[in-house]
Design a binder for this molecule. Structure first.
Ligand code: URA
Length: 304
């Protein structure tokens, strides 16, 4: 068996072993969050209703009596009602929206994950970050040295280039969501995490156990577009079999393996920013790829 076939078989095995368990854990966790949020919302509404009811009761009672409610009491009722309405509104706006709670919950699961060996050697897991209502998600390969230390995606040299790419497309980093295929730093020599240039591509079994986190993030954020940065992201999210060169720059419908999307999402692959740093001549092609996506969105690039 070739090394590649062996890796695919290992990945498949890990995927099958974890699929059912993960699905149950994630669903239960998300349901718990939703139930907590809904009961908080109901309680907040009940408080508002109770206060409104009390004012109504007093008004009805006073209307039944011929004597009008003293102005002072009326003022007090109005004040209480305003205060309670404000309190209720604050309670609701401070409560996590379902989406934010889901994204936070997935991030917590990732930070506690020990499903593969990367969990043993990571310094910090890197769940991803950005706008939970983003129209575009950028997906890289996996955290590197700097990301492992900061727990944030694309914060090293490749990240600086990605920021420029995002800006040239007419977006800010805060408007998009940035994530990776695997959430922990894959190292060539895991016994030496302080070594530089110790990064490697994630293995199939690592991708197989980790991809459900990304897939759930995509489902929850529900962007219109995903940009797969580099061959690993393209292979994982577009096609296991088609070479990177033949999928790059084309728009596909995103198909996920662990979750069902609530709406169609499009995906386009281009070069990874780290590859562009190594091969600056490819930047022009990457830009052509991204212009395909911008045209599909009906947007004009901010600059070249
Ligand atoms: N490369 C990636 O693929 N992801 C990061 O977060 C950083 C570098």
């Amino acid at each position: 068996m070739t090394q590649e076939l062996k890796e695919i078989a290992q990945g498949l095995k890990a995927f099958l072993l974890n699929a059912e368990e993960d699905e149950i854990i994630l669903k239960a966790a998300l349901n718990q969050e939703k139930a907590a949020f809904n009961s908080m919302k109901t309680r907040a509404n009940e408080t508002a209703d109770k206060n409104a009811g009390e004012v109504l009761r007093r008004e009805t009672a006073s209307a039944a009596q011929t004597a009008p409610i003293p102005a002072k009491e009326q003022e007090k009722s109005a004040e209480i009602m305003t205060q309670n309405t404000q309190k209720t509104e604050t309670q609701i706006s401070n409560a996590p929206a379902d989406k934010a709670a889901e994204i936070a919950y997935i991030a917590d699961m990732i930070k506690n994950c020990q499903r593969c060996d990367l969990g043993k050697t990571r310094i910090k897991a890197v769940p991803g970050e950005g706008n939970i209502n983003a129209k575009i998600m950028f997906v890289g390969e996996g955290p590197g040295y700097e990301e492992d230390r900061q727990g944030r995606p694309f914060v090293g040299r490749a990240g600086q280039l990605l920021d420029k790419i995002i800006a040239a497309m007419g977006f800010s980093r805060e408007e998009v969501f940035i994530a990776n295929i695997v959430k922990c730093h894959p190292m060539v020599d895991p016994s030496n995490p302080d070594k530089r240039s110790n990064d490697r591509a994630p293995k199939s079994d690592e991708i197989a156990v980790c991809r459900r986190y990304l897939e759930q993030q995509i489902k929850t954020i529900s962007p219109d577009y995903v940009v797969a940065l580099g061959g690993v992201a393209a292979k994982t999210l577009i096609s296991e079999v088609q070479p990177f060169g033949s999928v790059r720059g084309k728009i596909f419908d995103l198909k996920l393996s662990c979750v069902t999307l609530d709406k169609p999402v499009k995906i386009l692959a281009t070069f990874h920013p780290a590859a562009l740093l190594r091969n600056p001549g490819w930047k022009k092609d990457a830009w052509e790829n991204l212009k395909v996506l911008l045209a599909d969105m009906g947007r004009k690039p901010a600059s070249k």
